[in-house]
Design a protein around this ligand. Structure first.
Ligand code: DQA
Length: 145
């Protein structure tokens, strides 16, 4: 059976395409979803792709993943830098986690240099734009073999 990956996107990522395109690129979140679906098909993964602007909703989806997913790919967006709740939820479900950021957060403002998610992720990919999602799915597919 195909392994299942929950792909989560945090706040403001619904605005991709028009949001600071010089930083985040011109791909929309729909474009990124299409890239993830193509990649998942090629890797024989099934994906559930979601976005929320609400921390609690992301926490609930992470909790639900315990019964519905084999791994999580998450771009927590601004919650990376603030959310102990998302850190705790990821630690609680104990599924393999890949953290993705479109931008290289270490080259940006100091408040973006720390992510609460990194400590509970298998690995972090940042700075490669939308390709980071493809790279993270490849890494998770290998991890799940
Ligand atoms: C982001 C980086 C975060 O610092 C920022 O708050 C985002 C997007 C990225 O993908 O580069 O919303 O996670």
């Amino acid at each position: 059976m195909a392994k299942r990956v929950l792909v989560l996107n945090g706040p403001n990522l619904n605005l991709l395409g028009t949001r600071e395109p010089e930083k985040y690129g011109s791909d929309t979140l729909d474009d990124i979803e299409a890239l993830c679906r193509d990649t998942a098909n090629a890797l024989d993964l099934s994906i559930d792709f979601r976005q929320s602007n609400h921390e609690g909703e992301l926490v609930t989806w992470i909790q639900d993943a315990l019964n519905t997913a084999d791994a999580i790919l998450i771009n927590p967006a601004a919650y990376s830098h603030t959310s102990v709740a998302i850190h705790d939820a990821l630690r609680a479900v104990a599924l393999p986690v890949a953290e993705v950021h479109l931008t290289n957060i270490h080259q940006r403002e100091p408040f973006r240099h720390h992510s609460f998610v990194s400590a509970v992720a298998v690995g972090v990919i940042c700075g490669f734009g939308a390709s980071g999602y493809r790279l993270a799915l490849q890494a998770l597919a290998e991890k799940l073999q």
